[in-house]
Structures are given as structure tokens and as C-alpha cells.
Write a protein that binds this ligand. Structure first.
Ligand code: IPM
Ligand code: MG
Length: 384
């Protein structure tokens, strides 16, 4: 017989997901930034190397948006309550007052936050990243990766609120021997990420979308994700659609003959998490890749990597690569409609990272500091 406690846990999980479906149904359309009097940009430094590299992103954004700030059209707000020390002390993923401050912004530039794991000195609070994605319903995690000399120009649309992450901290232990986690898909969740990926492919002319699942094994949830992508694909005759399993796609990303053919990827949360680290490594390391977390009301921009506490312990924080946050800043600018500024910053980063390479970041004193690289990016922008 199922223990009462287990039954209650299962019920709670299902109820929370049914409530989420209702919230998705009730949600309006995407916010139109052009209609706002003022856009509020929250800046959250995070932990480890976070404050260092996020500070660089803030500096570049403040420089580029100086006129808008002066005219009262843009406001920067520093939100500093999200450190691991504070989250540990209060025993929660995001302290309630910090959540209020986040919700008063439109977009957020966020540094990596430490996610406690077994054996850490911190209590096992939920990841602040995951909590923020869920609380602000940031359902699309968009991660571009490009390596011009290899002909690689990929954009990953990672579903960001469902899959193994939806109730990742609410797994169930039954007795001493049985351990169950959940993976979740909803019709609404699959459809909104699929649509965003196809819209992007259609609008940008990157006219191929590859869906990546393990639907041959994880039949119910990945099956739903794949079915939904197939259905949405039928509405986009100008976009080529294909589907792959995650294992073979992991191999294809390092197949030089095939990988340049891929353009846009759409995939469930966990596969997206894993494969975007692989893709970033091909680009030059996880420190080079930015990430946009997009929802209808809010959006958050961050590096794809963690807080690298080891770099801080070893006194190397000043050598951390800020290009992840600067790439994220490109997406922030695009998202709020500053297309020309976004293009400038993106172009400057291409020049600094791939073409001229006057300063190279190595993560140690063998390379440039984050500050030197950032100044180099700003100089390059000024010369465009
Ligand atoms: C990412 C990170 C996060 C994730 C961690 C820090 C919770 O790996 O953004 O890819 O798993 O999504
Ligand atoms: Mg990851």
C-alpha cells in the first residue's frame, strides 16, 4: 500500500503543476517595451566571480545607454540581496524582499549564483537560478554560440521551466529503498518554446530547427515535446524541421562535416543545460557564452556558467572572463529594442574575441584581466 505521506507528496506535485498550467493559460502577451515610459534594469552581482564579471556588464551597458539614462528612459537598480550567505542565512532560494525588488524591474542582468550541493557548507536551498526562472516564468533560455572560422552559428532554445527542473527539489523517497524524481511537460509549456524557436528561425532566415529529445525512451514527456514541435513545424513551411536524440546530437556537435548545418535547436530543459555547455566549449569555453531567460513579463540575462568559487579562493577573480556577461548584455539590449547598440556590442565582441585578439583571457595571470578586456571592448566600440 502506498504510504499516506507519499500519496500526499505526489498530490502536491501534481497540484502545483496544474496550478502552473492555469497561470500559463491566464497569462497575457509579451510586454511591449516601446510603450513603457521607463525601462528598469536590475543588476544582481551574485556569488564567486559574479560581482566581478557582472560589474563589467553593468559598466558597458551604462556606457552604451548613458543618453537614455540621462533622459530618464532607462534606470539601473543594483539589487544586492541574492548572495549565498544571505540565502543560506534565511534558508530560501530567493529572499522575499529581493524577490520584490526583482519584480519591480523589467529586465535583470544577473551574475552566477552558487547552487549548494551535498557536502557543501551551505544548507541545501534550491538553486536561485532555477527559482528565479520559475518565479518570473522565464520559459525560454536562449543561448547563441558562434565560431565563424568553423562556420558555426547556432542558437539554442532551451525550455527553462519544465522537464527535470520543474519539481527538481520535490522528488519522493518511499521507504528506505525507492527514490523517484519527476520530469514534467505541459501542452502550454511545449508549445510556447516551440513557437518562439520557429518564430526566431522564420524572422532571422536561420531556417532550420532541430528538435532534440530522448523521445524513444522518455516517451510521455519527451514524446509530447517532440509531437508539439512537429505540429508547430507544420505552420512554418519555410523552416526545415528535423528531430534528433540527445545522445547522437552530442556526438554531431563535434562532427565537423555535419555541425555547420545546424542552426536553431529546440530542446527540453536538462538536455539544453548539458548540450549548451558542450557548444560553449567549442566556442572557446563556458566563459564565452551568454544566455537570455525570456518570459512574457520579465527577462533575465546571465552567463551560462556557474560562480567559479575556486577562482576566487585562488585569488584569480580579476582574471575571470567577462565575455559571457557581455554576450548576455547584447541580448539584453536586443530584448529592450536597442538593436543598433546590440549590434555594436556584438560586433566589438567578435573583433575582440575572434579577430584582433589584442587581449586574451586565460583565467589566470598568463592572460588579461576582466577590466582590461572590457576596456578593450569599449575602445573597439568607440572605433566602429
Ligand atoms: C545553467 C546552469 C544552471 C542550470 C545551474 C547553475 C542551476 O547550469 O544555467 O545552465 O542547471 O540551469
Ligand atoms: Mg548549465
Amino acid at each position: 500500500m502506498l504510504p499516506e505521506k507519499t500519496r500526499e507528496q505526489f498530490e502536491k506535485v501534481i497540484e502545483s503543476q496544474l496550478a502552473r498550467i492555469q497561470a500559463m493559460k491566464d497569462q497575457g502577451d509579451f510586454i511591449d517595451y516601446s510603450k513603457l515610459d521607463k525601462i528598469i534594469i536590475g543588476v544582481c552581482g551574485g556569488d564567486g566571480i559574479g560581482p566581478m564579471i557582472t560589474g563589467m556588464g553593468q559598466h558597458v551597458l551604462e556606457t552604451l545607454l548613458a543618453d537614455k539614462v540621462k533622459a530618464g528612459k532607462v534606470e539601473f537598480r543594483v539589487i544586492d540581496g541574492l548572495t549565498i550567505e544571505r540565502r543560506a542565512e534565511l534558508g530560501c532560494a530567493i529572499p522575499p524582499d529581493t524577490m520584490e525588488e526583482l519584480k519591480a524591474c523589467h529586465v535583470i542582468l544577473k551574475g552566477p549564483t552558487t547552487t549548494p550541493r551535498k557536502g557543501d557548507p551551505w544548507p541545501n536551498v534550491e538553486s536561485a537560478n532555477v527559482a528565479m526562472r520559475k518565479a518570473l516564468d522565464l520559459f525560454a533560455n536562449v543561448r547563441p554560440v558562434k565560431v565563424p572560422e568553423l562556420g558555426i552559428d547556432w542558437t539554442f532554445y532551451r525550455e527553462n521551466t519544465e522537464g527535470g527542473y520543474a519539481v527538481g527539489s520535490q522528488g519522493v523517497q518511499v521507504g528506505d529503498d525507492l527514490f523517484i524524481d519527476f520530469t514534467v511537460a505541459t501542452s502550454q509549456g511545449c508549445e510556447r518554446i516551440a513557437r518562439l524557436a520557429f518564430d526566431y528561425a522564420h524572422k532571422t532566415g536561420k531556417n532550420r530547427v532541430s528538435c532534440v529529445t530522448k523521445a524513444n525512451i522518455i516517451k510521455t514527456t519527451d514524446g509530447k515535446f517532440l509531437d508539439t514541435c512537429q505540429k508547430v513545424a507544420a505552420e512554418y513551411p519555410d523552416v526545415v524541421f528535423d528531430d534528433w536524440y540527445i545522445d547522437i546530437m552530442t556526438a554531431k556537435l563535434i562532427d565537423d562535416k555535419r555541425r555547420r548545418d545546424f542552426k536553431v535547436f529546440v530542446l527540453p530543459n536538462l538536455y539544453g543545460d548539458i548540450i549548451t555547455d558542450e557548444a560553449a566549449e567549442i566556442q572557446g569555453g563556458v566563459g564565452t557564452a551568454g544566455s537570455a531567460n525570456i518570459g512574457k513579463r520579465y527577462a533575465m540575462f546571465e552567463a551560462i556558467h556557474g560562480s567559479a568559487p575556486r577562482m576566487v579562493q585562488e585569488g584569480r577573480a580579476q582574471y575571470a572572463d567577462p565575455s559571457s556577461v557581455l554576450r548576455a548584455s547584447v541580448m539584453l539590449l536586443e530584448h529592450i529594442g536597442e538593436i543598433e547598440l546590440a549590434k555594436k556590442l556584438d560586433r566589438a565582441l567578435d573583433i575582440c574575441m575572434f579577430e584582433k585578439k589584442k587581449y586574451v583571457i586565460t583565467g589566470r595571470d598568463t592572460g588579461a584581466t576582466a577590466q582590461q578586456f572590457t576596456d578593450y571592448v569599449l575602445e573597439t566600440i568607440a572605433s566602429l
